[in-house]
Design a protein around this ligand. Sequence first.
Ligand code: MN
Length: 210
Amino acid sequence: MAFTLPDLPYSHDALAPHIDARTMEIHHGKHHAGYTSKLNAAIAGTELEGKKIEEILANVSKHGAGVRNNGGGFYNHSLFWSVMSPDGGGEPSERMNIHKAIVRDFGSFEAFKDAFATAAKTQFGSGWAWLCVDKDDKLSVCGTPNQDNPLMDVVECNGTPILGLDVWEHAYYLNYQNRRPDYVEAFFNVINWQAVSTRYNDANDGASSF
Ligand code: MN
């Protein structure tokens, strides 16, 4: 069974002005589509066909660069679209478990936001910033290069990503040029905390996300 490019859960222009329509068109329709088709080509006819993406990434050290880069690219972008919404932004509701966990593990929402934004702004070159949950439901923030993510056995920070921010230049350059910090700040206006909350609640249930 091949992996499928997920549809965007909103229109290309839905996240504007924070993320512009042209960037979304190219990012989803070209970049994410490319990672998906190249992942399928990399696993075709191998033992990886039919495996969950999480399982492939957890053992990625055993496979080639094509699986690492395109498997990561497929998973990371699938997560990215799902944790944004035109109705997003603000802070998670106090009724959500994710709110309690953020306060417990970072001290406050502002402290979490600072940690996440710093990871995104200081990731050198192309990569991602992550909010992850470990096996004990504890939260942490980290950054990874290229299309790596914390599910991979080759990555130092480990856990299940429940929020990710793409800081490759292809994610923001058309609208923000070199101003990555402005893009990072704008991202907080579109975070879908309901989706992040659901991912937090389900992180250790063993189900596949995509
Ligand atoms: Mn990207």
